[in-house]
Design a binder for this molecule. Structure first.
Ligand code: FES
Length: 102
């Protein structure tokens, strides 16, 4: 059964950046788009398993640090290759705590 798990405080992730966490045995990358909107995707890039949590976020997309494929942080769709996507997870922020449902 999935539930919301606290992964970090909002201040732990810089604006425009991501950070990876292990949640219920899954590696999940959480992204801070603009200090108000946070999103979570599988940390593993669907192209060649790069670490999406180390990518930068621009215009609502995270760019993989390995070959620069871009993913929509809201739903995990890949802009660079529309055959690829990564799983996305629901996120809520309560009292400055980021919680991910997985
Ligand atoms: S591993 Fe992410 S773009 Fe290639």
């Amino acid at each position: 059964m999935s539930s919301y798990e606290t992964v970090a405080k909002t201040s732990d992730i810089r604006e425009g950046r991501g950070k990876a966490f292990t949640v219920n045995g899954k590696r999940i990358a959480v992204f801070n788009v603009d200090n108000e909107n946070f999103y979570a995707l599988d940390n593993t890039c669907a192209h060649a398993r790069g670490p999406l949590g180390r990518g930068r976020v621009r215009n609502g997309a995270v760019v993989c640090p390995v070959h620069s494929y871009a993913y929509d942080v809201t739903n995990g769709r890949c802009y660079t290759d529309d055959r690829l996507r990564v799983r996305s997870y629901e996120v809520i922020v309560e009292d400055d705590e980021i919680k991910v449902k997985c």
